[in-house]
Design a protein around this ligand. Structure first.
Ligand code: AMP
Length: 436
């Protein structure tokens, strides 16, 4: 199938061809015609499947067909969980609208609002935003959502995980009832299905990959290793494999910093990206990683969400995530848009339960390897790691997770054991800074 058969205008086809894309990805083939028809869609699509173009191209076509008023009201809103994803979607919108008379703006917290406000004042058709800053500006009377025709909820599962449900509901209440809704999510939890039920109008279900499955092109492997030997093993793998671009996940910000330092001491250029880093530091780390001046990017889950790093060859789980769905998100950073990739997990005894839960979720027994000199500790307990519960999400083993997280704080800075208190704290913190 070619892009020509999808019903897109010449201006959009020209922009697509300029990117060098010849064949629409499965999600694009399915979603684009439905969106052009005006249908609401509920799409199951992981990062790396080409989903952004899947909603951006038809959205641009629809907006460019309507009458252009002199004062441009905001007609489309794309909500994303993180600043990085908002910036990426915005880049996509700019790229694909090159040959159209469409204006767009990106809005997120952690930076001065003035330039964002000035852009909106000039009139924009599309806004890509994180929920916190959008509501801030709306509360200040600096933008109106009363003329929205298309709403996109991108990575909706992650938005719910991050506690944005209330903000999403508030934002939707500010929009006209008659509008087209497009919901994209990598995983379909009960909560996502409820959100879809509440806000979508007879949605068409679009599935580019089976529910909760991992991308086929990704080769997955587990290294069973003693916890104390993980740093040595990852350094060995990177050095001996001569890997040039590796994304490494840790569960905590503290862990990310520590590992990053050890990599640098071992002569491997590395940068950390997590919620405690300023926006400037995050942007710099990501840019260095993309232009290959930084070999290893060590990230926590929330900070890494939505990073678009094309053709990333290696993803390493230095620690397995305690939320199985995060595994799917993490390894979705490799094997993107048809390219092959490798996802490795360093698993110590205490992560055995996490591994079992992940294998259940992805319906796959992940092959195991043991490297000589880096064997697992036969005497270590398989009791799961104690978790802080700050992310407001249910860990694998909630009854065993009530105590303080001894390994540092999670990406939102929580280490306490009171779930509700930390949820409220999170909400307030997010309101204030939207800092992940
Ligand atoms: P996404 O899932 O939207 O984050 O896209 C993942 C990557 O695939 C991005 O780097 C896109 O530029 C790229 N991409 C999107 N559509 C296509 C396509 N039809 N053919 C090749 N690459 C694509």
């Amino acid at each position: 199938m070619s892009f020509n058969s999808l019903g897109l205008s010449n201006a959009l086809l020209k922009a697509v061809s300029k990117q060098g894309y010849t064949t629409p990805t499965p999600i694009q083939q399915k979603a684009i015609p439905l969106i052009l028809e005006g249908k609401d869609i509920l799409a199951s699509a992981q990062t790396g499947t080409g989903k952004t173009a899947g909603f951006t191209l038809p959205m641009l076509q629809k907006l460019s067909q309507g009458q252009q008023l002199r004062h441009r009201p905001i007609k489309a809103l794309v909500l994303t969980p993180t600043r990085e994803l908002a910036a990426q979607v915005y880049d996509n919108v700019k790229t694909y609208s090159e040959f159209l008379d469409i204006r767009s703006a990106v809005i997120f917290g952690g930076v001065n609002q003035k330039p964002q406000v000035a852009t909106i004042r000039n009139g924009v058709d599309i806004i890509i935003a994180t929920p916190g800053r959008l509501l801030d500006l709306q509360n200040q009377g600096l933008l109106s959502l009363s003329k929205i025709e298309i709403l996109v909820l991108d990575e909706a599962d992650r938005m719910l995980d991050m506690g944005f449900l209330r903000d999403i509901k508030k934002i939707i209440s500010l929009m006209p009832r008659r509008r087209q809704n497009l919901l994209f999510s990598a995983t379909f939890s009960k909560e996502i299905k409820k959100l879809a039920n509440d806000f979508l109008n007879h949605p068409v279900l679009v599935e580019a990959t089976p529910e909760n499955s991992t991308v086929d092109a990704i080769e997955q492997k587990v290294y069973r290793v003693a916890k104390s030997l993980k740093t040595g093993l990852i350094i060995k793998l990177i050095s001996e494999g001569n890997w040039k671009q590796v994304l490494v996940f840790t569960r905590t910000k503290h862990g990310a910093n520590k590992l990053c330092k050890k990599m640098v001491s071992a002569g491997i250029s590395a940068a950390a990206i997590h919620g405690n880093k300023s926006q400037g530091a995050r942007t710099k780390a990501l840019a260095g990683f993309k232009n290959n001046s930084v070999r290893v990017l060590v990230a926590t889950d929330i900070a890494a969400r939505g990073l678009d790093i094309p053709l990333l060859p290696h993803v390493v789980n230095f620690e397995l995530p305690n939320i199985s769905e995060d595994y799917v998100h993490r390894i979705g950073r490799t094997g993107r848009a048809g390219a092959s990739g490798e996802a490795l997990s360093l698993v110590s005894a205490e992560e055995t339960t996490y591994l079992r839960d992940i294998e259940k979720l992805v319906s796959l027994k992940i092959p195991v390897e043991i490297v000589e000199g880096f064997e697992p500790d036969p005497n270590a307990s398989t009791e799961p790691i104690k978790q802080g519960q700050g992310r407001g999400r249910r860990p694998h083993n909630s009854n065993k997770s009530k105590s303080q997280n001894s390994r540092g704080t999670d990406d939102r800075g929580n280490s306490g054991n009171n779930r509700n208190a930390s949820r409220n704290k999170n909400r307030n913190r997010r309101r204030n800074s939207n800092r992940r």
